[in-house]
Write a protein that binds this ligand. Structure first.
Ligand code: B12
Length: 206
């Protein structure tokens, strides 16, 4: 089994204590940080499928998420570029009712390394809190994440409230599409953390 496959298996099994070490070993063996990250994301997809199939339950999903976070911690300094220019403040959070934060954290990390000053509100963030924080910090862009079909209305409420207050909004998360982003009047959508950077930069330049 390759080191990458081993990492995938350990993330899926939620072995929080070994993932960081394995990630370091994979790096030492010449694996690329992006390759390791993509492998762990794929693993979370498998975890989700197992949950859908009733083979595992919430605690197992949570522990896999923790295992992945340990691996991401090792990759963080390597994925982050060196941002020499400041692009302004970006407020980011996961919308009300939603506790998923791995994707949001990755997006936040990538935006920070691209030069944005990040204010991370965490998870379960009400629309009013996004607006209030964006106002207080004169945000150039606000990023909202939603991972559940049941929290898509909260994403809509957030986007509309921010647009009403005059902010530029970017949205994302597994169930979100460009069509939905258009429907909720968001300025931008991106399917992953890498393209979130390209999109956010494009939006703040406008
Ligand atoms: C880990 C996990 C959990 C953990 C979360 C822990 C944590 N700290 O995040 C816990 C155990 C808490 C959890 C709980 C639940 N979960 Co859950 N969870 C997952 C799982 C397995 C992985 C999510 C993940 O981290 N993926 C990896 C990251 C990197 O991907 P990502 O989040 O999609 O992010 C990328 C992009 O979407 C994008 N992106 C994300 N945010 C943003 C924001 C912006 C602005 C942009 C531009 C881009 C962007 O970029 C990211 C990086 O590339 C998914 C399965 C899956 N396939 O996604 C289910 C999943 C999302 N969960 C699901 C469900 C049903 C639940 C629960 C309702 C279960 C329950 N019965 O209680 C609860 C809800 C709790 C709540 N109120 O939020 C379902 C959702 C189904 C649906 N369509 O709504 C899924 C799809 C599993 C499934 N197949 O059924 N979950």
């Amino acid at each position: 089994m390759s080191k990458i496959q081993e990492i995938q298996e350990m993330v899926a099994k939620g072995k929080t204590k070994v993932v960081a070490g394995l990630v370091q070993e994979a790096l030492d063996g010449g694996a690329q940080p992006k390759e390791i990250l993509d492998a762990m994301i794929e693993s979370m997809g498998i975890v989700g499928d197992k949950f859908s199939a009733g083979e595992i339950f919430v605690p197992e999903m949570l522990i896999s998420a923790k295992a992945m976070s340990k691996g991401v911690d090792v990759l963080k300094p390597l994925l982050a570029g060196d941002a020499s220019t400041s692009l302004g403040t970006c407020v980011i959070g996961t919308v009300a009712g939603d506790l998923h934060d791995i994707g949001k954290n990755l997006v936040s990390m990538m935006l920070e390394s691209a030069g944005f000053t990040m204010i991370d509100l965490g998870v379960d963030v009400p629309a009013a809190k996004f607006v209030e924080t964006a106002k207080e910090n004169n945000a150039v862009i606000v990023a909202a994440s939603g991972l559940l079909t049941t929290t898509m209305p909260a994403l809509k409420e957030t986007s509309l409230a921010l647009k009403d207050a005059g902010f530029t909004v970017i949205v994302g998360g597994a169930p979100v599409t460009q069509a939905y982003a258009d429907e909720i009047k968001a300025d931008g959508y991106a399917p992953d953390a890498g393209s979130a950077v390209t999109k956010a930069k494009e939006l703040v330049k406008k």
